[in-house]
Write a protein that binds this ligand. Structure first.
Ligand SMILES: Nc1ncnc2c1ncn2[C@@H]1O[C@H](COP(=O)(O)OP(=O)(O)O)[C@@H](O)[C@H]1O
Ligand SMILES: [Mg+2]
Length: 382
């Protein structure tokens, strides 16, 4: 078995978006040879890497063709052809996280069933084949309830909160699930990593603050403002998931903290995650470096928080579509402890993730003030 520093070793990254881009930045640090594939010739990774291949992530042959020339294969996006990953595993390639984890996670129905089967606390749910089936059972449903597409949703796009049966009218037609609406106090996330030898480490939980209109993280802060009891529960759940999934790599675990101190898993993502960006500046090891350590079978890094941090997503300004233009970067950088990360996307759309800003401050209140400052000062317009 080749090590990552051996001649001719290649790490294949499926997906060339911002998560891949930051993974490459960490890969450069340890000088691992990498290749990337994405459907978009102008994907954020394009300008960072020579071995960039254009191909459809959903096409079995393109993924197979790309992966067969790599030694270890990972992905930074979940909407990819998982049959190709199965084949690559059969060819003896290391696919981390495994094809089977991705197959489960790609389908929110299978994912929820996995939680149930493995004693992972999660909100009660029911699966449906289509909207008519739900409508025909509308009188058995306790509204308000959460309607989720089983496949293909992201950034809240596959999630509807239904207040009454009337809201079913224009909800999702495709296979979906209805899930009890959790009256949560907070949403938190724990990123867990595990290497082939079974070493496991979790990052301290972070707390998410959602955009009031879109189901999208507006900002988050690290560490979460939770009791040590909640933090322990969240950690234990993340570790159990890593074990039950036989994870190699990282897994982001999104959780609800209920008003009576329960921790329920919302969903998981087997890849670097939006809720882990702040680890680049705020923790001893970043989620990207940790993912590489895990999949290259290296000892995992220290996950401890160095200093409290906040992460603000820089979203495309509402009402602006077209060639992206950043405004206010000079102003933003006048505040201390502010780090701008732009993803190099040429085109902006309302609420598109165009970059993020990490803010460091020992003082919680100052951290929140700086979040407001950054939100007001940095914009992406067309
Ligand atoms: N059962 C639920 N109860 C209350 N809010 C929910 C529930 N499920 C999802 N949400 C809200 O919707 C957001 C997006 O849902 P999620 O399942 O994480 O979808 P996505 O895959 O788009 O991230 C969650 O972060 C949360 O704010
Ligand atoms: Mg989510």
């Amino acid at each position: 078995m080749k090590a990552f520093y051996d001649k001719d070793f290649t790490l294949g990254i499926i997906g060339g978006g911002q998560l891949g881009r930051m993974l490459i930045q960490s890969g450069i640090d340890i000088n691992v040879n990498m290749a990337v594939m994405d459907g978009d010739p102008n994907a954020p990774c394009r300008s960072l890497i020579d071995n960039f291949f254009v191909g459809s992530l959903l096409d079995k042959h393109s993924v197979l063709n790309f992966g067969k020339n790599c030694d270890v294969i990972t992905f930074e996006i979940e909407h990819i052809n998982v049959d190709a990953l199965d084949e690559l595993e059969k060819m003896g390639k290391k696919v981390f996280p495994s094809a089977s984890i991705l197959r489960t996670v790609q389908d929110k129905g299978l994912q929820k069933q996995f939680f149930l089967d493995n004693g992972i606390p999660t909100a009660p749910f029911k699966l449906y084949n289509n909207l008519d089936e739900i409508k025909s059972k509308a009188d058995e449903i306790n509204f308000p309830i959460v309607h989720k597409l089983r496949k293909g949703g992201y950034d809240g796009a596959g999630v509807n909160i239904l207040k009454t049966a009337d809201d079913l009218t224009d909800s999702f037609e495709q296979p979906s699930l209805l899930e009890d609406k959790v009256d949560f106090e907070k949403e938190i996330a724990v990123i867990v990593s595990r290497n082939e030898q079974g070493q496991i480490k979790t990052f301290p939980a972070v707390e998410m603050v959602f955009h009031p209109v879109r189901n999208l993280v507006e900002y988050l802060f690290s560490p979460a403002n939770i009791t040590s009891d909640i933090s322990k529960k969240a950690d234990d759940i993340a570790i159990k998931l890593a074990e039950k999934f036989d994870l190699v790599g990282i897994l982001a675990v999104e959780m609800f903290v209920t008003k009576d101190g329960e921790v329920l898993v919302n969903e998981v993502a087997p890849r670097p995650h939006n809720s882990g960006h702040q680890t680049i500046e705020g923790n001893w090891t970043s989620q990207y470096a940790q993912h590489l350590r895990a999949i290259l079978n290296l000892p995992l890094g220290d996950t401890e928080t160095i200093i409290p941090s906040a992460m603000v997503n820089v979203l495309g300004e509402d009402g602006h579509s077209g060639d992206a233009k950043i405004v206010g970067i000079e102003d933003t950088l006048t505040k201390e402890g502010v780090y701008v990360h732009m993803y190099g996307k040429k085109v902006t759309r309302p609420f598109r993730k165009m970059g993020h800003v990490i803010i460091l401050d020992r003082d919680q209140e100052k951290l929140h003030d700086k979040v407001k400052f950054v939100q007001n000062s940095l914009k992406v317009i067309a």
